[in-house]
Design a protein around this ligand. Structure first.
Ligand SMILES: Cc1ncc(COP(=O)(O)O)c(C=O)c1O
Length: 458
């Protein structure tokens, strides 16, 4: 069996395709997207994973048997894990807790060790992910701290690969590039390359609302950072490697707009990008539509949307976060996560088996289900303890009907009841059942109420 020292898959990093956006209004401009999602690790960060490891091997900071340590929103970790594990290194990653489960599972599946830290603390806090990684790098023997935020191999990777690819793919005809800033490696690398070959090229920042980058690039003012749900871009400080000298415009894009644009991109163009792709697309479309002359504009699909299926592309999660527009009723129906009115209730019928009820609960990740006859008439509620009762003695209970195990004397609250009445109901048991003369509306759990209260905070 061949065992090359350099795994062949690494040859697939870079040289990603450039595709024209054909189904959106781009004003007088032509907009292209560079599909970084097609790198083998699924993101633009494969480029720097490879470049930082190659550079560290060359300068001796990473030796055989060594450990690669990094602070990462996930994608850099995937790039480092892809390259590092294939080359036989231990890979230790520090990831903030807002990152999607898919990324963490992917990292672990690749054999990386993942430390989850808080995403609600900033630079200087002992739990801040970059500070935790720096500490681990000091503690672990033979550790190489990749440190994308300060590592010159990061912008260099973009200067030497991403930028010349764009230059060649646009036949040396490009007016603006729309980028997001995480470590600023992409921005700085592109800026350096295009200053040499096309000094008039405008860099356009796509920044999440809450990040300090957009305002700093416009006025040099540091604003108080907020929080945002988009992953991989936006900063609460200015990365030391950031070169903002070619930035001509900066757009602050809300989470709602970002997520909506990622979803639109999939529906309209069939391109499955991550949450930041939505930010970049929204900013790129704004820039294109504001132009009065035709321009050729490039932006990125920085990572694949498959790692956001449980978030951006999950209506229930979007709803819980308040990121999907829903009809407001001004009563308790606004608290229900899965509203009957919206056709989103997960239910069982009294004739279903307990096995069906159990499987449906697992699939929807809920602990109870309304029991509806004819798909609309509330006749009971069934929860995990109803199913479990009698099961230990005889697992064939799974074949019994829901009707035989459900609670049929249900107390309901009308949609017009107050939050205080809801609270009393929740204090008494697991779930409140909202139904009145107009019919069954849905269930409300404590988590639903907490999500509702958090949404009203925003
Ligand atoms: C998911 C994601 N990661 C990283 C980047 C760029 O990051 P950096 O500034 O670290 O090069 C982007 C840019 O849009 C991105 O969308």
């Amino acid at each position: 069996m061949p065992n090359d020292s350099r795994p062949a898959v690494l040859e697939l990093i870079g040289n990603t395709p450039l595709v024209r956006v054909s189904r959106f209004d781009t004003g007088p401009c032509t907009l292209f997207l560079k599909l970084e999602s097609q790198n083998p690790g699924g993101s633009i960060k494969d480029r720097i994973g490879l470049a930082m490891i190659d550079a560290a091997e060359r300068d001796g900071s990473l030796k055989p048997g060594g450990t690669i340590v990094e602070a990462t929103a996930g994608n850099t970790g995937l790039g480092l894990a892809l390259v590092g594990r294939a080359k036989g290194y231990r890979v230790v990653l520090v990831v903030p807790d807002k990152m999607s489960t898919e990324k963490v599972l992917h990292l672990k599946a690749m054999g990386a060790e993942v430390h989850i830290t808080r995403s609600d603390v900033g630079k200087g806090h002992p739990d801040y992910y970059q500070d935790v990684a720096a500490r681990l790098a000091l503690e672990i023997p033979d550790a190489f701290f990749a440190d994308q935020f300060n590592n010159p191999a990061n912008p260099l990777a973009h200067e030497c690969s991403t930028a010349p690819e764009i230059w060649a793919q646009t036949q040396h005809d490009v007016d603006a590039i729309v980028v997001g800033v995480g470590s600023a490696g992409t921005l700085t690398g592109l800026t350096r390359f295009f200053k040499r070959v096309q000094p008039d090229l405008a860099m356009v920042l796509a920044d999440p609302v809450g990040s300090v980058m957009a305002e700093y690039s416009r006025s040099g003012t540091m604003t108080t950072p907020g929080s945002w749900a988009v992953e991989g871009i936006g900063e609460d400080f200015i990365p030391s490697i950031a070169d903002l000298s070619s930035v001509r415009h900066a757009y602050s894009i809300s989470d709602e707009e970002s997520f909506d644009h990622a979803r639109q991109l999939l529906r309209a163009e069939g391109i499955l990008g991550g949450s930041s792709t939505g930010t970049l697309l929204a900013a790129a479309l704004r820039y294109c539509r504001e132009q009065t002359e035709p321009k050729r504009v490039v932006s990125f699909v920085c990572d694949t949307g498959t790692r956001y299926l449980s978030k951006v592309y999950n209506d229930q999660w979007m709803n819980d976060q308040g990121l999907l527009a829903r009809k407001p009723y001004g009563d308790l129906r606004d608290v229900i996560a899965r509203r009957f009115e919206d056709g989103r209730v997960i239910s069982v019928s009294p004739d279903d088996t307990l096995l069906t009820a159990f499987q449906r609960m697992r699939l929807a990740d809920v602990s109870q289900l309304p029991v509806l006859s004819d798909g609309r008439q509330l006749v009971g509620v069934i929860d995990e303890s109803d199913i479990l009762l009698g099961m230990q003695a005889d697992p064939s209970h799974f074949r019994l009907t829901v009707a035989s195990a459900m609670t049929d004397k249900v107390e309901t609250l009308p949609a017009s009841a107050s939050l205080a009445e809801l609270q009393v109901e929740l204090d008494r048991g697991l779930v409140a059942i909202i139904a009145d003369a107009s019919g069954f509306h849905g269930l409300i759990t404590r988590v639903d109420l907490l999500n509702h209260l958090r949404r009203s905070l925003a």
